[in-house]
Ligand binder design. Structure first.
Ligand code: NAP
Length: 300
């Protein structure tokens, strides 16, 4: 199949490019080649490439930034989805698009299913939901994948941030760290423990997308790595796996961080539909993290 992949330089886009190029002809376009906010550029790209599938991995993903740059955020996350859906509509081109756990308000007590009520509590979530609505109303041949807490080799992400902070605070050499701890006390990092979700490695998500393409899946699907944790538990695991045994991770509450965007307290997505459809599941987030850290080492 011929696939037009928008946002192929992003965190998820780069893993999709690697995975899907093995079996398909993939044409990647990112900001340098296209502005998906432009109706004409979307039309032109689709007319010229004549794809069987358009995958949209491009988005405005700065969740806090969306609170102030509302117009730009809606242009990329909502209006651009309308442009892509309209450009594909008459040509019966299939669209694969990504959305987020942040379309939910986080008040659930059990994993969110695909048809549960959406009620975003920040601008990013509102813009992604508006994109979902455009896709659903303008296309009858779409796959909409909601995912959460992404990290990947080609992108700024939570794992990388924690490791950078840890490196700055600590000496990996144990003896030096012990000496430092004696004089200054142990190094600490503060991470929120009142948001629960499922960290997801973009390489595993790309493999799941490939499976859904093979099954010709249609409609909404939730895809994450298996299992769940708080950001605090995730940070503890990242440091353990990376040998930073001398850093203490202190649990704090989201309110203490005073970030511009509120995040849902609970955003675990149910994988049941994906499992029923593909007969497969994704690996636990702990194993995915190990894979990611190994792959990062190989790349350095
Ligand atoms: N990151 C997460 O934790 C997370 C969680 C849940 C769902 N998602 C969803 O998963 C998808 C992939 O996310 P990601 O984190 O991989 O995204 P990302 O790393 O931010 O990549 C997005 C790509 O889109 C490009 N882009 C932005 N605006 C564009 C425009 N107007 N025209 C063309 N390209 C444009 C970006 O270029 P620049 O970098 O130059 O701006 C970047 O290369 C998105 O739909 C996102 O909403 C992400």
């Amino acid at each position: 199949m011929k696939i037009l992949l928008l946002g192929h330089k992003g965190m998820l886009g780069s893993d999709l490019l690697l995975k899907l190029s093995r079996e398909h002809e993939v044409i990647g376009m990112d900001k340098e080649e296209i502005d998906i906010v432009s109706v004409n550029e979307c039309k032109k790209a689709i007319e010229e490439t004549k794809p069987d599938i358009v995958i949209n991995a491009a988005a405005y993903t700065n969740v806090d930034g969306c609170e102030t740059a509302k117009q730009d955020c809606f242009a990329v996350n909502a209006e651009a989805v309308k442009n892509i859906a309209e450009a594909c509509r008459d040509k019966k081109i299939r669209i694969i698009h990504f959305s987020t756990d942040y379309v939910f308000d986080g008040t659930a007590k059990q994993p969110y299913k695909e048809d549960d009520k959406c009620n975003p509590i920040n601008v990013y979530g509102e813009s992604k939901l508006a994109g979902e609505r455009y896709l659903q109303s303008l296309s009858d041949n779409y796959l909409l994948i909601r995912t959460s807490w992404l990290y990947g080799v080609k992108g700024k992400n939570f794992v990388q941030t924690i490791l950078e902070k840890a490196k700055a605070k600590s000496f990996i050499d144990d003896t030096m760290a012990k000496a430092k701890a004696k004089t200054e006390g142990p190094s600490t990092l503060s991470v929120v423990d009142d948001q629960i979700g499922s960290p997801t490695y973009t390489k595993d998500l790309a493999a799941a997308v490939d499976l859904l393409i093979d099954k010709n899946a249609q409609g909404i699907f939730h895809v994450t790595n298996s299992g769940s944790c708080s950001w605090h538990q995730f940070a503890v695991r990242i440091l353990q796996e990376s040998g930073f045994n001398n850093i203490e991770v202190l649990p704090i509450k989201s309110a203490e961080l005073k970030r511009p965007a509120i995040r849902p307290a609970y955003s675990i997505l149910s994988m049941q539909k994906f499992i029923r459809t593909t007969g497969k599941t994704t690996q636990p987030w702990q194993l995915a993290l190990q894979d990611y850290l190994k792959n990062c080492k190989l790349q350095n």
